[in-house]
Design a protein around this ligand. Structure first.
Ligand code: BGC
Length: 723
């Protein structure tokens, strides 16, 4: 963290000297506001609590006028005039919605990740927001877990880069700028590994998994200067993260060097009672403060419990002051002392808003993953003039928002129906939902089938509703909900009988288990939740106006029983592919995924050849250059994505079969070729030894380069590490 200006440091010490205990606890408290037609209300409290210094921070306050009014009360009517920090979950956009993080991860493009965060920050700041509870950095290898959509997917390597880009985007180069907001890396740590993918359940992972998989994205956020961190709701091997001193004060602060603010998750301090580690709010507050939590989000435990905890000697005033100092330091870094009204001071220009929507359309189209495309079913033929658009997600504008919509207007989202109509103005578009997203009513299927008889092609829009992923949305059956499979099967039969293609577009917050659909649809796309420009982005891909380039950042299993399934697995002593009975496999299902990590087709046809590794023998100080030739043998201009993996052939700790080290992209016209160059600093090949300390082992390393983590698709080379 950048050091404070000397005058801010002096101001903070002077303030701490003057503050009453209540005023100090107010700074350590964040309460939820919600907006009514008559103005903001503060749940369970009143605006007078701001005036009396009992509330120093708010969340969920929407609109510049409301934010300004609350700020005015704090600054002009409270004794010390301390400004409020106002937080909100600006996860994938504020008023303009971009695709959620898992979908954005499919771009494998840190610049785009930073750009959408920057635009979201601008828009939120224009509404008086100074803090977002993002980025969410929980690596997830379990599609049952609903919050998979909020994070980077299965790879810590992707999580690290997403962390850096998002922190850069939200905070900018100057956190005090009117367009910058404080980022909160969440949820520390290993929330994505909840037992059986069940929301809020216990986490019990090895120290190795913690350090190899779950901590690195947070370490990247810290080294990028993230302003705040939020611990997870969950317990880690029995210790709730909200009270986990070893992880918060030890790992995060001492080892990773985090100096910012720790803000609890919603009501998490009081929930230490439910966890069974605190008898009452007094003990809960004392445990959280001792663990290093600076801000109590909404539970009121600090306000109510810490005065008693202080009397009982469970906490010290010095501990309280330490947290107050950190919170005030962040307010200073945000420029709130200089000008508490700088965010939200001026409305945005129409050009800025329009530019943001163009970005949303571009990013949404690039997040869509073309999973299958038989006999060139896509793009749709240019002379299509009768198209059937079927399914419960075809005309479902509000669902396109995905799990977090902040201040977005449900009416401002573009449905697929609207997008397709705009893209194909000459064509007749027949539309029927067939069935609801959930529910058992099949009465609409017959009418939907009739549309197949009129059309030249069918686009089936299937999947989950926006609230079926995200928080509190774990699914034991991550398949098509309701009667959508019945609808899809009936459409596939009817269209099949007439030999017209069926393009299935999935809207989902996780990989869905749909092997039957992947086998039978003419083309299958993962559109995730594309955000406000959904319909235009989907139409861009279907018509070929945009060429698909998204790659799945998470493995798609064929069966729930395969979960967790991910590319970084270790071989084991009886590997899956040893071809005999006593190998690591199932007797009733393949061990292969439905789609590998990184999978995604384009409208080109790429051939990779001639892998070069230079030098072939390298020292720790070297950077190895890996080059591969790429040729577009297809008929359309397209972008290929090339992944660089490594595999340590022998190591003191059994190595993963593949470790991601780099991603390159190249756009090529038909019939042209180019070279992708990836740089691999040898020190990045360090791994954690038996003692969990980073080590660079000498010896041979396989270099694997290709379009996905499917081993058969990878070119292999060799590198010798000499230490
Ligand atoms: C979620 C957090 C979120 C917070 C504030 C909690 O329920 O777990 O991710 O930032 O609410 O809305």
């Amino acid at each position: 963290m950048r050091t404070l200006k000397p005058q801010d440091a002096r101001r903070i010490e002077a303030l701490i000297g003057r503050m009453t205990l209540t005023e100090k606890l107010g700074q350590l408290t964040m309460m939820a506001a919600s907006h009514t037609v008559t103005g903001p209300v503060i749940t369970g409290h009143s605006v007078d609590d701001i005036r009396r210094g009992r509330i120093g921070n708010l969340l969920n306050l929407i609109g510049a006028a409301a934010a300004r009014e609350m700020q005015r009360v704090a600054v002009e009517e409270s004794r010390l005039g301390l400004p409020l920090m106002i937080g909100l979950d600006v996860i994938h956009g504020h008023r303009t919605l971009f695709p959620p993080p898992l979908a954005e991860a499919a771009l494998f493009d840190p610049q785009a990740w930073a750009l959408t965060a920057r635009e979201a920050a601008r828009e939120a700041a224009a509404d008086g927001i100074s803090m977002t509870f993002a980025p969410m950095l929980d690596v997830s290898r379990d599609p049952r877990w609903g919050r998979t959509i909020e994070g980077p997917g299965e790879s810590a390597w992707v999580g690290e880069r997403l962390a850096q880009a998002k922190v850069r985007g939200f905070q900018g180069t100057d956190l005090a700028a009117a367009e910058s907001i404080a980022a909160v890396a969440k949820h520390f740590c290993a929330y994505g590994a909840v037992t059986a993918g069940r929301e809020y359940a216990s986490v019990d992972v090895s120290d190795r998994a913690l350090l190899e998989v779950h901590v690195p994205p947070f370490a990247a956020a810290v080294s990028s200067g993230v302003a705040a961190v939020m611990p997870a709701f969950t317990d880690l091997a029995g210790i709730p993260m909200t009270a986990h001193g070893a992880m918060l004060r030890g790992r995060l602060r001492r080892q990773l060097g985090f100096e910012g603010v720790l803000v609890s998750d919603y009501n998490a301090v009081a929930e230490l009672i439910q966890h069974g580690v605190a008898a009452d709010l007094v003990e809960a507050a004392a445990l959280a403060l001792a663990a290093g939590i600076d801000i109590d989000m909404v539970s009121g435990a600090y306000l109510q419990g810490l005065p008693v905890a202080l009397e009982r000697g469970l906490v010290t005033l010095a501990q309280i002051d330490e947290s107050v100092r950190r919170v005030l330091a962040l307010k200073a870094r945000l420029g709130l002392f200089e000008d508490p009204y700088r965010r939200g001071a001026s409305a945005e220009s129409a050009a800025a808003v329009a530019g943001r929507r163009r970005l949303a359309r571009d990013v949404a189209a690039r997040s869509i993953v073309l999973l299958t495309n038989r006999e060139g079913a896509l793009p749709l033929s240019t002379d299509i003039h009768r198209l059937a658009l079927i399914g419960p997600l075809a005309d479902a504008a509000a669902e396109m928002r995905g799990p977090w919509w902040s201040a977005a207007d449900p009416e401002a989202q573009i449905s697929v129906l609207t997008g397709i109509r705009a893209a194909l103005p000459q064509a007749q578009i027949f539309h029927a939902s067939g069935v609801e997203i959930v529910g058992a009513d099949e009465s609409g299927i017959a009418a939907a089938l009739e549309l197949c008889d009129e059309a030249q092609a069918v686009v089936l829009c299937l999947g989950e509703g926006a609230t079926m992923s995200g928080e509190a949305a774990s699914r034991a059956h991550p398949q098509l909900p309701g009667r959508q499979q019945e609808l899809a099967e009936a459409v596939l039969r009817r269209a099949g009988a007439r030999s017209i293609p069926v393009i299935a577009v999935l809207f989902c917050g996780r990989p869905l288990i749909v092997p039957w659909l992947a086998e039978r649809a003419s083309a299958l796309l993962a559109a995730w939740f594309p955000g406000c420009e959904a319909g235009h982005a989907v139409a861009d891909i279907l018509t070929g106006r945009a060429s698909p380039s998204g790659r799945t950042p998470i493995t798609w299993p064929r069966a729930v029983g395969q979960i967790p399934l991910y590319f970084e697995q270790r071989s084991g002593g009886r590997p899956t592919d040893s071809g005999n009975t006593f190998s690591s496999r199932y007797i009733d299902e393949s061990t292969e995924p439905l789609f590998h990590f990184g999978h995604g087709l384009t409208y080109g046809h790429f051939n990779l050849s001639c892998l070069r590794v230079t030098p072939e023998s390298a020292n720790p100080s070297d950077t190895v250059q890996i080059r591969v030739d790429v040729e577009n043998q297809g008929e359309r201009r397209a972008q290929e994505t090339v992944f660089l993996f490594t595999h340590r052939l022998k190591s003191r700790v059994a190595p993963p079969l593949l470790e991601l080290r780099g991603v390159g992209k190249i756009t090529l016209d038909p019939g042209t070729r180019g070279t992708v160059t990836l740089l691999l600093p040898v020190m990045e090949l360090q791994s954690l030894g038996p003692d969990l300390e980073p080590t660079l082992e000498p010896g041979a390393i396989e270099i694997l380069v290709g379009p996905s983590a499917a081993r058969a698709s990878l070119l292999t080379g060799r590198l010798e590490i000499v230490t």
